[in-house]
Design a protein around this ligand. Structure first.
Ligand code: CA
Length: 223
């Protein structure tokens, strides 16, 4: 899943990126408001982490612009300590959540995971499709309760498909959501990776829709 980070402080941006990568996300970074606005308007992201104090264009304006353009991905605002006005303005501008700097990375990841769940009201960190269970907190995969060892790339693929259960995901969309910016995947590599993953899962959960893409069906597990 691609996550946009709009943050001008290099150190913070770097540690958010590193954390998100470790947690199986694909982070992309914009260092100023104009670049952040542009990327959010022109590319698909599952969520954005947006600093308020930014050069060129402040974070609240970026957020208002996105919402005016009907760009609806969830946004977590990063606000300065003690600035309650910013938080009020942020919610008004269309933010889904906010974090006060300095914050713990664990908290950021927990909030992000909550926003990415379709059933946000539930406290589930496990996504279920038939015999397949993906635990987004433990980053574990199991089929019929048997743990399956997957590579980071395979995990990112499962994570994206599971968050989009019931929808056909094109190969291009899958690629942009599992490879990092500096990687150049070819379509054959994705086929090979999915073939390997299917063999590991030993269950027919990742379906191919010829000419359209891939899908995990939206069915709750029997257990
Ligand atoms: Ca800043």
């Amino acid at each position: 899943m691609r996550i946009l980070i709009v943050e001008d402080e290099e150190k913070i941006a770097h540690s958010i990126s590193e954390t998100l990568m470790q947690m199986g996300f694909v982070p992309e970074h914009a260092a100023d408001g104009e670049d952040g606005w542009f990327r959010g308007s022109t590319e698909d992201y599952s969520a954005a982490i947006l600093d308020i104090g930014l050069p060129k264009l402040d974070g609240l304006s970026v957020l208002r612009n996105w919402r005016k353009e009907n760009i609806g991905f969830p946004v977590i605002l990063l606000t300065a300590k003690g600035s309650w006005m910013e938080r009020v303005d942020g919610i008004d501008a269309g933010a889904d959540d906010y974090l006060v700097k300095p914050f713990h990375m664990e908290e950021l990841v927990a909030r992000l995971r909550a926003l990415l769940r379709r059933d946000g009201a539930e406290k589930k960190t496990q996504l279920v499709a038939g015999p397949l269970v993906l635990d987004t907190k433990q980053m574990r995969v199991s089929v019929d309760s048997v743990p399956i060892k997957v590579t980071p790339l395979e995990y990112r693929a499962l994570n994206f498909l599971m968050h989009n259960r019931g929808r056909v995901v094109s190969q291009e969309e899958l690629a942009t959501n599992i490879y990092f910016q500096d990687q150049e995947p070819d379509s054959n590599a994705i086929e090979v990776m999915l073939g390997r993953l299917r063999r590991k899962l030993k269950a027919d959960v990742i379906l191919t829709r010829r000419g359209f893409g891939y899908m995990i069906e939206d069915e709750e597990g029997a257990a």
